[in-house]
Design a protein around this ligand. Structure first.
Ligand code: DC
Length: 230
């Protein structure tokens, strides 16, 4: 068993942004465990919000409908044994939000400014209270511009598609690799191209390309940088 890394009394926030399939969520989870701090998956919030809309038969692309339904879509996160669970009201939707159609819908709802503002407020509130590793698209550039550490984790789009494909297979879901590749390209385009808080590398973020790196290598690289500054 690994010894917990000591961050002392310090409260730290580590921002990990990047496109889908870059490996950031796996890395974020390991970092959080190693430092004994929380892992906040911000994408899960957009996913839960999107699922809430789909269930109400609201088109996630319809900005006005999405924004006026916002109050009736009670996204919450809870930590159970240190692990994030994502809720819609009292229902734990942590598994359901991983469905492929929810991925697309999450990217669609994430375009709407009011929806983002609401979820960003929750993210800032959690990060303000606790040490955590946050994974997302705009954490370093918008949610926490003063985060202690910022990383932009990326990888070649074909490598990312392959990872998503294997991930879905491992979950027992049907998957078509070529289709996933196309979906990844279109999601990247939408996440990067949106007007408000798009996916982008913050100027002061350290970029890490994971295409040819193992998870362990990426974790080691990030922990070396974090430890140096601690
Ligand atoms: O990381 P993910 O695949 O679970 O994210 C799903 C979608 O949510 C992603 O396509 C864009 C959106 N998202 C966002 O706009 N901002 C974030 N901080 C996290 C996710």
């Amino acid at each position: 068993m690994k010894t917990l890394k000591n961050i002392g009394e310090k409260k730290i926030n580590i921002a990990l942004d990047g496109p889908a399939g870059s490996g950031k969520s796996t890395v974020a989870r390991i970092l959080a465990a190693d430092y004994g701090i929380l892992y906040l998956d911000t994408g899960a919030m957009y996913r839960a919000f999107a699922l809430g809309l789909l269930r109400k038969n609201i088109n996630p692309k319809d900005g006005e409908a999405a924004q006026s339904a916002a109050a009736g879509v009670p996204v919450r996160v809870k930590y159970v044994n240190g692990e994030q669970r994502t809720y819609l009201g009292d229902e734990d939707v942590s598994e359901e939000i991983r469905r492929n159609e929810v991925s697309r819908a999450a990217s669609d709802v994430a375009v709407h400014r009011k929806v983002r503002e609401r979820l960003v407020e929750m993210q800032r509130e959690i990060a303000g209270r606790m040490s955590c590793v946050l994974d997302g698209r705009d954490v370093g550039s918008y949610v926490l511009p003063h985060a202690d550490y910022k990383f932009y984790v990326t990888a070649d789009s074909r490598v990312r598609a392959k990872r998503r494909y294997l991930e879905l297979l491992a979950r027992g879901q049907e998957a078509d690799e070529r289709k996933i590749y196309e979906q990844i390209l279109s999601r990247d385009k939408q996440d990067k191209g949106r007007e408000f808080a798009p996916l982008k590398k913050a100027d002061d973020a350290i970029e890490i390309d994971t295409s040819d790196k193992s998870i362990e290598e990426v974790v080691r690289e990030i922990e070396r940088i974090v430890d140096e500054k601690l």
